[in-house]
Design a protein around this ligand. Structure first.
Ligand SMILES: Cc1ncc(COP(=O)(O)O)c(C=O)c1O
Length: 374
């Protein structure tokens, strides 16, 4: 493995110091929960090694929600480690992966660190950032060992339809290629969640595996407990994925698992307020976007991010724009280079800040753009 730190992590607000950020529009999650708000008494919790596959009650809850068996769920340290376990299990140096671009950086960087050859499934602004199925079919290669999608997509918020997802599953099956669907934002699809991709293939079928990944970080605002999971119905592969987990960290923190469990037990009561705030913030964002002459966007269909860009005829000095935005207005967005894209694109995360901070942050973007005109 050749590890290289990614700009999205080096320049993240937690690494820069939250105290230096007034309006944080960099996040791709809902606002972080406070432990006190969860009202938990964990004093009786035994701090033992946990079940290596993950807390049984937590797996059962996730499994019943996702339409699979608890043994088809592996709890991981966030979706990030699920993605790592999957990539290092399925890919070797010289293998090829077909992965969407732009993307959450890890989905590209871990295969790269392994030494895999990367084929990009390019998501174009002009095509609504939606994966092109003809391009997908065309880019499958005899050495392709993994197809990797993210739905809803980060950083663009684009979606697939259920029919498209099923077509992609069938296409991968025909080519004998495992499919990974990063569903970290699944519950935030505006039109309602798609079925969990891994649940759409029969257990133990003699076909390539479909793996789904998700976590507590984004919809529920609990990134600090580092709980995620992967779902896979191929029991033999699951055994290897468990071996990978055991070699990296044996089991999860039992404290984190317990917090996730108690939170999910109350999901139905907590969800309405969370979704109401996301909707309210989305309205603020889209009202603002419609007043912007310098920016154009693909309206997102899920998640809490969008990926607008400066129009090609807008004479903005891009370095000055980010400098003014950060230094003068203490406002931060995810610049294009976090996603290996031109810096005229930016990811705006609208679900994390309070509605009033979001308004201020968006106004700061408009002002910085005005002040950075050439
Ligand atoms: C698409 C996607 N997958 C996975 C992750 C990792 O999330 P976590 O490890 O906090 O669950 C992120 C975080 O931004 C993401 O955007």
């Amino acid at each position: 493995m050749k590890y290289v730190r990614m700009p999205i992590e080096i320049e993240s607000p937690e690494q820069m110091g939250y105290e230096n950020v007034k309006y944080n529009l960099t996040e791709s999650s809902f606002a972080d929960a406070e432990l006190g708000d969860l009202d938990l008494d964990l004093r009786k919790l035994v701090l033992c090694y946990g079940d290596h596959q993950g807390n049984r009650a937590l797996r059962s809850l996730i499994a019943s929600d996702c339409g699979v068996h608890p043994d088809e769920v592996l709890i991981t340290a966030g979706a990030a480690s699920a993605l790592f376990v999957i990539a290092t299990t399925l890919l070797q140096a010289g293998d090829r992966i077909l992965v969407e671009a732009p993307n959450y950086a890890t989905n590209i960087e871990t295969p790269r660190a392994i030494g895999a050859e990367i084929d990009f499934l390019t998501l174009r602004f002009e095509e609504g950032f939606r994966p092109n199925l003809a391009q997908l079919a065309q880019k499958l290669h005899p050495r392709t060992k993994l197809v990797s999608l993210t739905v809803p997509h980060n950083p663009t918020g684009s979606m697939l339809t259920e029919s498209e997802l099923r077509q992609i599953i069938e296409l991968c099956a025909r080519h004998g290629v495992p499919l990974l669907v990063d569903e970290t934002y699944r519950e935030m699809a505006f039109a309602g969640p798609l079925p969990v991709a891994a649940s759409l293939v029969a257990a133990d079928a003699a076909r390539p595996p479909v793996l789904s990944v998700s976590s507590m970080s984004k919809t529920w605002g609990l990134p600090g407990i580092r709980i995620g999971w992967l779902i896979c119905r191929d029991r033999k592969l699951m055994e290897t994925l468990l071996a990978a987990k055991e070699q990296i960290f044996i089991c999860n923190s039992v404290v984190d698992e317990e917090i996730a469990l108690r939170f999910l037990q109350q999901k139905a009561q907590r969800a309405p307020a969370i979704f109401a705030r996301m909707k309210q913030n989305f309205t603020v964002l889209s009202d603002w976007m419609h007043t912007q002459q310098d920016l154009e966007w693909v309206q997102p269909a899920g998640g809490v991010v969008c990926f607008p860009r400066f129009r090609s005829d807008c004479p903005v000095h891009i370095e000055r724009f980010y400098r003014v935005l950060g230094d003068k207005y203490k406002t931060f967005v995810g610049p294009g280079h976090w996603f290996e894209m031109d810096r005229r694109y930016m990811r705006i995360g609208y679900g994390w800040p309070s509605t009033s901070d979001l308004r201020e942050g968006l106004a700061a973007i408009s002002r910085a753009a005005e002040e950075a005109r050439e």
